[in-house]
Write a protein that binds this ligand. Structure first.
Ligand SMILES: *Cc1c(COP(=O)(O)O)cnc(C)c1O
Length: 309
């Protein structure tokens, strides 16, 4: 079972941080559950409650072939007694399902947890919000509770408002990775005025500011830093992979290459470039994603690139 008490605060001591006047901590949401990635648990919590309240028996959601959200929904849904359906981007993956499940650890785990997989083309996938497409899915799979791609909606943001507690009120900056913006929105809503939230988008995307504004109304104490996406969503560089490996070797903390690795790289770089004032206390949120490492390693190996330890 997921356990939020596992989400401990840890001080980071890392030799590559050149300044000694900054204190840096990380909140280990990745330890909540090995498969229900930290922030995905927060995002699902009130959605599953709502689905129960509405007497739904099935959950349907959308994601890519390595999606933390898809796996989290499959596992959390199963634990809560729902049947689950995953609409997966990439119709070619259905051509040889046995081979897909053999070579893709995420989808294999998803499948083992009983999620029904439905592979669609990229064009179909883009209709994920269209009423017509959702109606077709209802005809095919029966009634369901819809969880959007990445899990972000108002109830997800409400869940993410519980990531920070009173223990973290003393931090000046809260840093987190950003995908759809749901997690950072919850964090922004839960911090006090003197705290600043910095988001590190995992891809190049200018629509994120408007997405986040939908959930945080008038709050102004937040910003996005777009310098550390490393070429785009799920793109990596040898430099990023080497950083993740050095960080783990010294701190024993694993980072994923899609979200948290990029964010931690960014925070360390900003510290070393004197972005933060003397004495600043920084908290990074480890949102999880560890399950995705194997999938990225498979791809890196195919390219003969170095992999994550
Ligand atoms: C999904 C995810 C994010 C991004 O969360 P959003 O709420 O979509 O912004 C960050 N880190 C990890 C590990 C994730 O799986």
């Amino acid at each position: 079972m997921p356990n939020i008490d596992n989400s401990i605060l840890q001080e980071i001591r890392f030799s590559e941080i050149k300044r000694k006047d900054i204190s840096l901590f990380i909140k280990r949401e990745d330890l909540i559950h090995p498969e229900i990635s930290g922030n995905k648990f927060r995002k699902l919590k009130y959605n599953l409650k709502e689905a129960k309240k509405l007497k739904k028996t099935s959950l349907l959601t959308f994601g890519g072939a390595f999606s933390n959200h898809i796996l989290a929904t499959a596992v959390a849904g199963k634990l809560a007694g729902f049947t689950t359906v995953g609409i997966i981007r990439g119709e070619e993956l259905a051509n040889n399902l046995a081979e897909t499940l053999e070579s893709n650890d995420t989808l294999r785990q998803v499948h083992l947890n009983g999620m029904k997989l439905h592979f669609v083309s990229r064009e179909q996938y883009r209709q994920k919000k269209s009423i017509g497409f959702l109606e077709k899915l209802k005809n095919r799979f029966g009634d369901f509770y819809l969880i959007p791609e990445g899990g972000t909606n108002c109830l997800a943001v409400k869940g993410c408002e519980e990531i920070l507690s009173k223990d973290e009120a003393g931090f000046d900056h809260i840093c987190c990775a950003v995908g759809t913006g749901g997690t950072i929105s919850g964090i922004i809503n839960s911090v006090s005025k003197h705290q600043k939230v910095i988001g590190f988008p995992a891809f190049k995307g200018n629509f994120l500011i408007d997405e986040i504004k939908k959930y945080v109304s008038e709050k102004k104490n937040w910003s996005l830093n777009n310098e550390y996406h490393f070429g785009g969503y799920a793109k990596t560089t040898d430099e990023l992979i080497a950083f993740i490996n050095r960080f783990k070797k010294e701190t024993k903390i694993p980072l994923d290459p899609i979200y948290t690795g990029k964010m931690v790289y960014g925070v360390v770089d900003l510290i070393n470039n004197n972005y933060f004032a003397e004495g600043t206390k920084i908290l990074m949120i480890h949102t999880g994603g560890i399950q995705g490492i194997r999938g990225v390693n498979t791809i890196l190996r195919r390219k003969n690139s170095s992999t994550i330890d």
